[in-house]
Design a protein around this ligand. Sequence first.
Ligand SMILES: Cc1cc2nc3c(=O)[nH]c(=O)nc-3n(C[C@H](O)[C@H](O)[C@H](O)COP(=O)(O)OP(=O)(O)OC[C@H]3O[C@@H](n4cnc5c(N)ncnc54)[C@H](O)[C@@H]3O)c2cc1C
Length: 407
Amino acid sequence: MTYSTDTGRVVVIGTGLAGTRLARRLGSAAVLIGEEAHAPYNRVLLAEVLAGSYGADVIALPRHTGTHLRTRAVRVDRAERVVRCEDGSDVPYDTLVLATGSNPVLPPLRGLFAPGAAELPGGVHAFRTMDDCLALSRAVAPGVRAVVVGGGLLGVSAARALALRGAQVVLTQQSERLMERQLDPRSSHLVHEHLTALGVEVHTQCRVRGVGVADGAVRRVELADGYVLGTDLTVLACGVRPRTGLAAAAGLDVREGIVVDDELRTSDPRVRAIGDCAQHAGRVYGLATPAVEQADALAENLLSGRLRPYAGTRTLTRLTLPHEAGPLDLAAFGEPEALPGDDVVQLADATRGTYRKVVVRGDRLVGGVLVGELGTVGALARAWEADDPLPDDGAPLLHLLTHDGGL
Ligand SMILES: Cc1cc2nc3c(=O)[nH]c(=O)nc-3n(C[C@H](O)[C@H](O)[C@H](O)COP(=O)(O)OP(=O)(O)OC[C@H]3O[C@@H](n4cnc5c(N)ncnc54)[C@H](O)[C@@H]3O)c2cc1C
């Protein structure tokens, strides 16, 4: 393996999708530092573990052959070029890569934290790590009352997984519909219906105001309209925030995330950042595909010494919600809601539960959503990623939804 001369010893902090992928591509010369006790795993599949569809070992990521230190990095000393770790070890680097991911957002709910307490009370969990997933898995059982706070991708996945384990689930969503960042109203409604069919009680436009704790555990969730839900198990799925504390303390440029350029360099050229913690071209993604693409771009860059600029990622959201009556598959990309002047093509089949829609602006495909019938998703995603003008061959726009080879 040939490293470019100025790359030297590469130390990667974070054993999530981005850090593990990069370390594996760099091979045995890379040192990986990760605080989680488990072997690196694919976080995207945690809901399947919680649902009981997969064992925890099934979602392990391919192993990295180099050194893996299981400890937390507590300080980056840029002057000395050393990472100081919680277990007392000091790890020198020539190139440091921050792949520290995200932290869950804990909403400011009345009663959630006792004065001076740093820990969540019993019975309430975030849903970010394998430890969160295993703790939820131990607590759930048929008939257990569960409240999921937050109706984005994470909340929907958690609610569905808990319902499949037999819990009586209430999902509360502050805005007017589920997964509103990715879906248009109609596809949101199909997800809502799907959860309802699984027995999940979905409340939209419903703000949680506080929680009630008894004997050290959350037993009540209080809504803004005064209604109170009894609960045995509460999941906080209220979004994530890039984990930037190490970078900020080291004096690197941090805004929402750790600011990087097209070579994924931070404000210190010896320190790079990839994945959920990084902010590239003003954007923090918080999604798996950009984390993997950034790891690949940086690996090529470090291995060959040649510059392959990272130009950003166009992200497609895919979700499969299995159900005994047939899974609900969906994919969404770009802007699935039209602006005035856009062309919209949509096909819906209520009997088969399918819904397909694309939005075209001028001669470009700008977004779409497919539910239940994903045959054209590959061709549509390629056309959207390429951002090329759509073929001007007189074919009606409907072909976008019915022809998988036409683009
Ligand atoms: C349940 C769930 C479902 C998801 N579903 C989807 C989905 O369907 N599609 C999608 O695109 N994305 C999804 N995501 C988001 C996706 O998992 C993340 O975007 C992706 O994992 C980001 O990878 P990362 O390596 O940047 O960060 P992470 O996977 O968060 O990994 C960061 C790692 O760094 C470690 N770390 C942080 N600081 C330190 C330190 N100081 N010392 C040592 N170790 C440290 C952390 O413990 C963690 O192991 C989901 C996330 C969750 C939780």
